[in-house]
Design a protein around this ligand. Sequence first.
Ligand SMILES: Cc1cc2nc3c(=O)[nH]c(=O)nc-3n(C[C@H](O)[C@H](O)[C@H](O)COP(=O)(O)OP(=O)(O)OC[C@H]3O[C@@H](n4cnc5c(N)ncnc54)[C@H](O)[C@@H]3O)c2cc1C
Length: 387
Amino acid sequence: MTFDLTPEQDQLRDAVRALGRRYGHGYFVEKAKAGEHTTELWAEAGRLGYLGVNIPTEYGGGGGGITDLAIVCEELAAAGCPLLLLVVSPAIAATVLNRHGTEDQRKRHLPGLADGSQKIVFAITEPEAGSNFHRLGTVARRDGDGWLLNGRKCYISGVDEADHVLVVARTEDSSTGKLKPALFVVPTDAAGLTRSKLDMEIVSPENQFLLYLDDVRVPADALLGESLDAGLPALFAGLNPERITVAAMGAGTGRYAIERASEYTATRTVWGGRSIGSHQGVSHPLAHAAVQVELARLMIQKAATLYDAGRDLEAGVAGNMAKYAAGEAAALAVDTAVQVLGGAGMTTEYGVATLLGAVRAGRIAPVSREMILNFVAQHVLGQDKSY
Ligand SMILES: Cc1cc2nc3c(=O)[nH]c(=O)nc-3n(C[C@H](O)[C@H](O)[C@H](O)COP(=O)(O)OP(=O)(O)OC[C@H]3O[C@@H](n4cnc5c(N)ncnc54)[C@H](O)[C@@H]3O)c2cc1C
């Protein structure tokens, strides 16, 4: 394993950092508080090719891997613009479509995902099923040559800004009679698909929704892949990119918070001429958070390298660990930054408390810390499952 990025990845990092800094956290918060989206930033990132770095060149992307997309996620977050839809649209949806979609689906969606003109969000979570996807109640039934979808989804990010939503439903397997998962690419303006916005305590221009599917009719080619057998592998294909990119976003947010805090504590004086950062009660918690963020970055790099080398199983373990580590590190970094800034930490102006809700959510979604610990306990430590 190498610890060096390629020259192209170094350039990508510098370029995305520059773009993120041009917009900055002030822009992100302003959009969130106005109930608007970061349309300009998304469009510019798309034009510059950053949203499609992991999409093959034949579909208009950069032909890179998840390492490249993780760089984009981390650097935008490190500039104070943690964009959750990067995790949903280019990481999950583009990977799933590229790896398991039909050629027609790839041609229809990947170029738009690459240049940012299309967004596809992802809907798996349901009120009754929660973390237990075996209990999914959204069902797809054959209806003539198409499908009829019925069910409820919750916490679905970005439906209001997306053209399509990748819906995870269950279908009946005609050979066994059992229900098995299948994915459907559903237009967000489909008849019967309605939504209501959830009020979340997160300062973000991206919103979460309850999604209602009432007899949503989609054509046969809305089923992702060539047959129903594509469902389960397609579902799993999205997991590693999701964990790695959300971890990168967390690490970037942690870096952002530590940088804001360090600038402040290096110059703020309260006792004589010394900066508050000279007191170890202030600098040690910050240094501790910096160590945790850097450790998480190391695990992200490992997971992304394994994933891009096609070593999916090892990437699964590393990706889960990276997501856990980054989620904890980001929450610690932001909380520590708020503390060392004192009262300024709670102001909107200093731009750290604005991230408290987002980093707290990062320990729950897209997979909770407990479900990762379950995964590690079972798959790494060989423990029995209690549920
Ligand atoms: C900001 C945000 C954005 C989101 N975006 C999306 C999206 O775009 N698409 C989508 O499909 N979903 C999305 N989600 C949903 C998210 O993936 C779920 O909230 C998450 O998977 C947890 O499910 P739950 O909320 O139903 O919690 P539950 O499953 O009800 O769990 C509640 C608590 O119990 C713990 N728990 C449950 N089972 C066990 C167990 N066996 N062992 C130990 N602990 C356990 C959990 O860890 C958690 O702490 C989003 C959520 C948030 C907060």
